[in-house]
Write a protein that binds this ligand. Structure first.
Ligand code: 6R9
Length: 663
């Protein structure tokens, strides 16, 4: 596949003169000249994949070298870097201090109410050591599980690293989840310790958090029996009614902060479990995705270096995800810190106290590398370009996108308004299960197409196949599969090997491929386009149409800020396309005219078969707390069904607004 282009420039001169939009964006010669990655990275990986991964693994410090790169006869249960021993936390902290980089800032922490802290690698080492000493003092041992239910405070990262240091397996539960969700995760993992805060700031107001832990852990007969201790970080200092269970609850200030900052680490087996991260499946019970040490750290570290073109000591990296999601694990904690990066950790939402917040942070800290989700880009679009335009964003040199397909309009807006047509964009496809980025351009190498994740990274092998496992022709939709194991792959579902095999490996069992659950297609140049979850692919009169494609077309209409599309059951066509759209600020054309304009826009942009049957103009879309649109619920609305489970929604009241628009 020809995806490499090194010499052409990506100046405005490349823009077609007939007014149509630019289709391909080659890297600029200036970026190419300084890029970490070159085309030879693909060549090395293609020549000998396992040797390539061994080279990447040696970016880390191993206390005992590995003697086998991959052990796969027991597929789908993989072992990577067999025989090797390392300490993940020492790779993220100690080794940078030992190399004389202790005074470098690891974390510029920005609190929601405006407070801030800068934490150097030396200070991080002290903090991690203190927590490790305290955890040892209460009897925790390698292999025990620790639940972390915290907002984005530095102690959350310190706790994750202290667990890694001791071989404790952490399970971070997003602090926006309910007490019920926390309880089911604590029980499933049989966590002995829960680390939390007294409260958290949300839109400038303190809200209790420890209270949810108390509710989750219960009392008497209903008490979560595995939990021995609850460790509480003081954050808001504002919960006059806070409950305190003597003998179970302790303050961080009285315990960790009083412990010794000296701690000798021990090395653990490459396959020692590092963390569990729960993700929702098709059935009600969340799956505890298991990740281990050596392979996970190898691939997060490698991808951080090459995909984000990280320059040690110069770059300031900012990933906008929460530590409650895999993106936060891999690109707020393990990827950046294993590379000795300086990064931003921001506690709040993008519009507190106002919509300028992110751009002020970029300006103040000189952020060079900015990695966010398309939903936030579209929100910025909705707020309007005058907001970013009023800030100096000249420090930025690379932009990233993750979490969902990015529509070309949002991609171009991101590149133009945030990146000033200077910064390459890396659209990174991956999942909780894959652990690190898998399909993405390499900046300085790949000529990118807006909306395409382009190609598997060096060392990764993917394919798009039909029902029988045959590679699809360009333009045809198929299943995205990973046909070779990769170092940061999930090692299983906690306590449920059968579900692991069944969920990911049964669709193409004969071939032994991992089925990711996403649909994708190649274009005529071989670039790979991820179309979204397979259950988001509609079937209208026998034609397969991706919700993402229709959404992308709708967002291409000048009046539309954001769109969600679902396939609703239709007696004649199988499914009918129903769209929900949010308008941009300042659109005052009447809705009837707009709706008919939008329908013909989609018809022209994709094909008449993709023309929505129904378009609803709504004030909000139902989103999960990680920013994914809950199409399942929109389908219920469109089909007039009882609403399914709304517990993971940010704002369950959006439905009243949506329903009132439809009636
Ligand atoms: C990292 C993360 C995984 C699902 C995945 C896919 C969607 C993520 C994407 C993307 C298109 C991208 N997804 N990145 N789709 N282009 N660049 O988001 O993990 O929360 O487990 O979600 O997200 O559908 O299967 P996770």
């Amino acid at each position: 596949m020809q995806i490499v282009s090194t010499t052409e420039s990506s100046s405005p001169a490349d823009a077609p003169e007939d007014g149509s939009v630019q289709a391909v964006y080659p890297p600029s010669p200036e970026f190419v000249a300084q890029a970490n990655a070159g085309p030879e990275l693909y060549e090395h990986a293609d020549a000998d994949r396992l040797k390539f991964w061994a080279t990447q693994a040696r970016r880390l410090d191993w206390d005992t070298d590995f003697d086998q790169v991959l052990d796969w006869p027991d597929a789908p249960f993989a072992k990577w870097f067999v025989g090797g021993k390392l300490n993940v936390a020492a790779n993220c902290v100690d080794r940078h201090v030992a190399a004389g980089k202790g005074d470098r800032v690891a974390i510029h922490w920005v609190g929601e109410p405006g407070d801030s802290r800068d934490i150097t690698y030396s200070q991080l080492l002290d903090e991690v050591s203190r927590a490790a000493n305290y955890f040892t003092s209460i009897g925790l041992e390698a292999g025990d599980r620790v639940a972390i239910y915290m907002p984005m405070v530095p102690e959350a990262i310190v706790t994750m690293l202290s667990c890694a240091r001791l071989g404790l397996t952490h399970s971070v539960v997003f602090a926006g989840f309910s007490a019920t969700a926390l309880r089911s995760r604590v029980d499933d993992a049989q966590a002995k310790l829960v680390v939390t805060t007294d409260g958290q700031f949300r839109r400038e107001k303190p809200a209790p958090l420890k209270a949810a832990v108390d509710e989750a852990l219960g009392t008497g007969d209903d008490a979560a029996e595995s939990v021995e201790h609850v460790l509480v970080v003081r954050r808001t200092n504002h919960d006059p009614d806070m409950n305190w269970v003597e003998g179970r609850d302790v303050w961080w200030d009285d315990t960790v902060a009083e412990s010794s900052p000296k701690h000798e680490y021990e090395a653990f087996d490459s396959e020692h479990p590092l963390f569990l991260l729960y993700t929702s499946g098709t059935t009600g019970k969340p799956k505890g995705i298991v990740h281990t040490s050596g392979g996970y750290l190898t691939q997060t570290s490698y991808t951080f270096h090459y995909v984000f073109d990280h320059k040690e000591g110069r770059d300031v990296f900012w990933c906008g995800a929460d530590i409650g999601w895999v993106t936060g694990h891999s690109y707020l904690v393990y990827g950046p810190l294993s590379n000795g990066a300086t990064e931003i950790i921001y506690e709040g939402t993008p519009n507190s106290p106002n919509e300028h917040r992110h751009f002020e942070v970029i300006e103040k800290y000189g952020v060079t590398t900015y990695y966010i989700a398309p939903t936030l880009i579209r929100t910025f679009m909705k707020w309007g370009r005058t907001i970013p335009d009023s800030h100096d964003l000249s420090s930025l040199r690379l932009l990233g996108s993750v979490g969902e397909p990015i529509n070309p309009e949002a991609w171009r807006w991101y590149r133009d308004v945030i990146g000033h047509n200077r910064c390459p964009i890396v659209d990174t496809w991956w999942q909780t299960e894959t652990g690190s980025a898998m399909i993405s351009p390499l900046p300085g190498v790949t000529a990118t197409k807006p909306g395409s994740a382009m190609a598997p990274l060096p060392g990764i092998s993917a394919n798009i196949v039909d029902d029988d496992g045959n590679k699809v022709a360009p333009g045809e939709q198929g299943y995205l599969v990973l046909d070779q194991p990769w170092p940061s792959m999930l090692r299983g579902i906690w306590g449920d090997d059968e579900r692991f095999k069944d969920t990911y490996w049964s669709r193409f069992a004969e071939q032994g491929w991992y089925f990711a659950g996403d649909g994708a297609r190649y274009d005529e140049d071989g670039a790979l386009w991820v179309l979204g979850r397979i259950d988001d692919v509609m079937n209208v009169s026998g034609h397969r149409i991706s919700t993402a494609e229709v959404e992308s077309a709708l967002v291409g209409h000048h009046a539309v800020a954001e769109a969600a599309v679902i396939g609703a059951t239709d007696a004649t066509t199988g499914q009918g396309i129903v769209a929900f759209v949010i308008l941009r600020e300042g659109i005052d054309t009447d809705h009837e005219t707009l709706i008919s304009e939008m329908k013909s826009h989609v018809s022209v942009d994709i094909s008449p078969i993709a023309k929505p049957r129904e378009i609803n103009i709504v004030p909000e879309l139902p989103k999960t707390r990680s920013g994914k649109i809950m199409r399942r619920l929109l389908r219920d609305v469109a089909e007039g069904n009882e609403l399914g489970d709304t517990s993971t929604l940010v704002d369950p009241t959006v439905f009243e607004a949506i329903r009132s628009q439809r009636s």
